[in-house]
Design a protein around this ligand. Structure first.
Ligand SMILES: N[C@@H](CCC(=O)N[C@@H](CS)C(=O)NCC(=O)O)C(=O)O
Length: 210
């Protein structure tokens, strides 16, 4: 069996896939491709990462990749069996992709953490826009996280794996870390996931802030 993960150093979505592969104990090789280059990833129709190649089968879109990993590899089952818990897990993944990624990661974390740490310019209006959009999504996630996965069963689900790297990036910005504390269930979940070995082991090498 041969598995290749095409990803990029700081990519939060690549981190999610590494986290899922880690939990399955899967062996794979990593291929670094910069999606922000002029062409982006040449084998991805939208130029993005991640992309997984498993025995010649290519799959892109992170939520499809992690579900594929869960089925294709042995190791712990990462999707709840209970239908309501499975629906909650799928719901969180969808909320993350559609409402959380852009404000929390591409705006708050990119400006409030990564650009600062890299010494690139910080776009204050982008940071503000992210911080203004964040409460609605944090509130929705606060209502959802305890219905399945780590908080309910003590076992990781794909939604924990999807949300973990996103919130990790978000709270690397001091503004994000402060805001997170206002959402008690989400903060409780963060305290539980942030000590998971898989999150740490799959984490990219990141620059320090200040
Ligand atoms: N819907 C895609 C999103 C992937 C994505 O946005 N990846 C980022 C890196 S974390 C990317 O490649 N960005 C390049 C760009 O937007 O041009 C997925 O679920 O995999």
């Amino acid at each position: 069996m041969e598995t290749e993960l095409h990803g990029f150093s700081y990519s939060v979505y690549t981190w999610i896939v590494r986290f899922a592969l880690f939990e399955k104990g899967a062996e794979y090789s990593a291929v670094e491709v910069n999606p922000f280059s002029e062409t982006g990833h040449p084998a991805h129709p939208f130029g993005k990462v991640p992309l997984l190649v498993h025995n010649g089968f290519r799959v892109y879109e992170t939520s499809a990749i992690t579900r594929f990993i869960d089925s294709a590899f042995s190791g712990p089952q990462l999707q709840p069996v209970d239908t309501q818990e499975r629906a909650r897990s799928d719901q969180i993944i969808s909320v993350v992709d559609n409402y959380a990624y852009w404000p929390l990661v591409r705006r708050v974390s990119s400006q409030g953490y990564l650009n600062k740490a890299l010494g690139s310019g910080v776009d204050q209006s982008e940071l503000e826009a992210g911080l203004n959009a964040a409460p609605k999504v944090l509130s929705a996630l606060n209502d959802l996280v305890s219905d399945q996965g780590l908080l309910k069963t003590g076992l990781l689900s794909l939604s924990d794996i999807h949300l973990g790297p996103m919130i990790s990036y978000f709270q690397m910005a001091p503004e994000g870390a402060k805001l997170l504390q206002s959402y008690p269930q989400l903060f409780r979940w963060w305290n539980a996931i942030s000590v998971q070995q898989g999150l740490e082991q799959s984490k990219p090498k990141l620059p320090r802030l200040g």
